[in-house]
Design a protein around this ligand. Structure first.
Ligand code: BGC
Length: 724
């Protein structure tokens, strides 16, 4: 490959090279036809391959050839706790991207959910770096098997949307290596990702897209990443800095492509002798290497995978992932599953029963080939002998009615607000009044319907007006006055089943009064059917939340301290105490802990054995038995921590997990291998992970707070583990 690339590089003129390092359209770079180098064609994103735009305008081509499979979002995916599902999602995404003629798919998004309020959390996987690391690698592998490059984003610490283009994220090195970097390291080391997208924000004072310390010293030198770095759209702000930093492709949202910092301005500075052309050559080498790896160029080009989109097998795959992603949060008195044979009629209440989500969220929006909403799923699964009636229950204002009729893209990239029109106040007042009256009507209709049904299923939650790129949520409160509606419904139907479709957690002040709560993230084209299958017991739920559900957003330190969602600076002074690392260490009373998820059966954990070899490697074995009558998946989560509280270290951290399929009454032995690193912290002085001598706990449970087995091991010597 090296020789091939060097030969090609020699033949390229300066202006040809310049064309290759910047967008010459919204989603592709320039190619060099005379040398057989095609443009590098990219597409969003995380929910499926995005629809196509005109090259020079943010306007859809809109010819309906670009409808596509809608994937469960990354939050749903990680709720499966199944590496195979990550591979399957990747496989579908890669094949469809290739089938649509793309070279780079701008996914997966893996930023850590530092708080539950980041608007893009639905695109991300978890608050836990180990879970992210384990899911990202198979997903990248799945994508790249179709000769398409994954582009893991947004590197790094892009954890808020407020002021997303500029915010300066201040994070110490230990926290970076324990919380924010492991996902990327795994994507490179285990997933072998061919590209990475550098983020909009600054990290410790430097814009990520032009940061020598992040891109040159860390990514390239320390981690030996030899793929290409692509900027987030509009993330580059200076020609010299971009030339010197290891950023290979500059993309932007504006149409003056020649004015990109790495376009004519870079060419001019090279011609004037102000920037060494060798810096540009380095970038070209990385781009050509990416192209070679995905067979765009080189001796294997004839064998490049054609990919395929909208295959029935992709829809089957999406159904399987969706089914494994649904989380049963609560099931008092075995309220669920419902038996359709015993039912005559069901009342389905709530706007999310009929809402489709694939067409929103920002750059994750797609045109789904189809999307089964919960109502359709329930009707498909209930069959014609059950009468299903639906009431909207609560009112979601239309775009025109919303007080914030802003374009997410315009506002978040340029900070330009929509102009204020005369008469806006009066208009808003009238709109508000109309909304209030619609809400009253819908509520009355829902309460009436609920009274007489055999079963009531509420389907509420969020949508992409809220879970969205370009803005953060202010709090965990359910919108559209859903809490009040749920409270009233529960008064007349305390047996109501409550379901949510959302991209991030919500507070549930009425949770103690509810019997059954089922959580579905935006779970793709088959999501509504997967939810219905869980409700009717055709699928035994096996999803576990990959983030903590809090009672109050102020229980999260960065929110409480005002260090999240603010313009200017995002100070990460909570350090490594992110997510359950904070909540479990501080004993916060949470709504549902990290890793929680129930099943229609029970799993019994027993016989924990620990065997330690001379190198400090440990075999942790245990048995798990399905004691119920329904086959299902147990999710065994393994946490470690210091046996006695150590200042500055979380009480425990996830270090392994296994999803285990068990037939009724079946028992399996499971062995998990742990290395000393599983007990370490990152030492800035040693530039590596250090395991200090001492005693450590090993816990196995079905959530971070439902620990079923506990053991202890001791290290007598210090062990150091390096990154590569
Ligand atoms: C987003 C990226 C996306 C890019 C291209 C940016 O605004 O942050 O995630 O891939 O646009 O649409």
């Amino acid at each position: 490959m090296k020789k091939y690339i060097e030969e090609l590089l020699e033949k390229l003129t300066l202006s040809e090279k310049i064309d290759m390092v910047h967008g010459t359209a919204l989603f592709h770079t320039g190619g060099v036809e005379r040398l057989g180098i095609p443009p590098l064609v990219m597409s969003d994103g995380p929910s499926g391959v995005r629809y196509d735009f005109h090259d020079h305008k943010w306007i859809l081509i809109n010819q309906n050839y670009d409808m596509i499979s809608y994937l469960p979002c990354n939050s749903a995916l990680s709720a499966t706790w199944n590496r195979e599902c990550a591979y399957i999602n990747g496989k579908v995404l890669g094949s469809e991207a290739r089938g649509r003629g793309k070279d780079v798919i701008l996914a997966p998004g893996i930023n850590i959910k530092r708080t539950p309020l980041c608007g893009r959390n639905f695109e991300y996987m978890s608050e836990d770096p180990y879970l992210v690391s384990e899911m990202v690698a198979p997903m990248v592998q799945g994508i790249q098997e179709s000769d398409v490059a994954a582009c893991v984003k947004h590197f790094a610490v892009n954890c808020q949307e407020t002021d997303r283009m500029c915010v300066d994220t201040i994070v110490d090195e230990r926290t970076l290596y324990e919380i924010y970097y492991p996902g990327y390291i795994s994507a490179i080391k285990n997933g072998n990702t061919y590209s990475i997208m550098s983020a909009y924000n600054k990290l410790n004072g430097e814009f990520c897209c032009m940061s020598k310390s992040l891109l040159n010293d860390t990514l390239k030198d320390r981690w030996s990443f030899d793929g290409a770095v692509i900027s987030d759209w509009g993330g580059v702000h200076d020609t010299r800095l971009a030339a010197e930093a290891e950023i290979d492709v500059e993309m932007d949202i504006h149409y003056r492509f020649d004015e990109h910092y790495m376009a004519k301005p870079l060419q001019d500075m090279i011609e004037a002798g102000e920037i060494d052309e060798e810096l540009l050559d380095k970038k070209i080498r990385n781009i050509l290497a990416l192209m070679y790896r995905i067979k765009m160029i080189g001796p294997e080009a004839e064998k490049r995978s054609p990919g395929a989109y909208n295959l029935p097998s992709h829809q089957e795959s999406m159904r399987r992932v969706a089914e494994e992603s649904i989380v049963l949060l609560k099931n008092e008195d075995k309220k669920l599953p419902l038996d359709t044979k015993k039912l005559k009629n069901i009342a389905v209440i709530g706007e999310n029963a009929i809402h489709v989500h694939s067409n929103g969220g920002g750059s994750a929006e797609i045109k789904a080939l189809y999307e089964i909403c919960p109502l359709m799923g329930i009707m498909m699964e209930a069959g014609g002998n059950v009468k299903v009636t639906c009431a909207q229950g609560y009112y979601v204002p239309t775009k025109e009615e919303r007080a914030d009729q802003e374009s997410w893209q315009l506002l978040s990239t340029t900070k330009q607000h929509q102009p204020h029109e005369p008469g806006d106040e009066e208009r808003l007042y009238e709109v508000e009044k109309a909304i209030r009256s619609k809400r009253r009507e819908l509520k009355e209709e829902a309460l009436e319907l609920a009274k007489n049904a055999d079963e009531v299923i509420f389907v509420g939650g969020l949508n992409h007006d809220i879970d969205s790129e370009g803005k953060d949520r202010k709090n965990l409160k359910l919108p559209y006055e859903q809490d009040a509606l749920i409270e009233e419904l529960l008064k007349i139907r305390p047996d109501m089943v409550i379901c949510f479709v959302a991209g991030s957690p919500v507070a549930m002040p009425w949770a103690d009064k509810a019997k059954a709560i089922v959580w579905s993230y935006y779970s793709g084209m088959e999501g509504g059917r997967a939810l219905a299958k869980v409700l009717f017991g055709r699928v035994n739920p096996s999803g576990h939340i990959s983030e903590t559900f809090l009672r109050d957003e102020n229980d999260c330190l960065p929110v409480k301290r005002g260090h999240f969602g603010k313009e200017g600076t995002a100070l990460h002074d909570e350090g490594v105490f992110v997510g359950y690392r904070q909540y479990d260490s501080d004993g916060v009373d949470v709504l549902y802990p990290f890793g929680h998820g129930l099943s229609y059966t029970e799993y019994k954990y027993e016989d924990m054995k620990l065997s330690l070899d001379d190198n400090g490697n440990i075999d942790v074995s245990f048995s798990v038995e399905n004691t119920g009558d329904m086959a299902g998946f147990a999710v065994a989560e393994l946490y470690t921590g210091p046996a006695d509280k150590v200042a500055g270290r979380p009480v425990h951290e996830l270090k392994a997990f296994e999803k285990i399929y068990l037939e009724p009454r079946e028992k399996k032995e499971v062995t998990v291998k742990l290395y000393p690193k599983a007990f370490s912290y990152y030492s800035t002085k040693d530039k590596g992970y250090v395991t200090k001598p001492g005693r450590y706990i090993i816990e196995i449970g079905e959530s971070s707070r439902d620990i079923r087995l506990k053991g202890e091991v001791g290290f007598t010597m210090e062990v150091q583990t390096y990154i590569f």
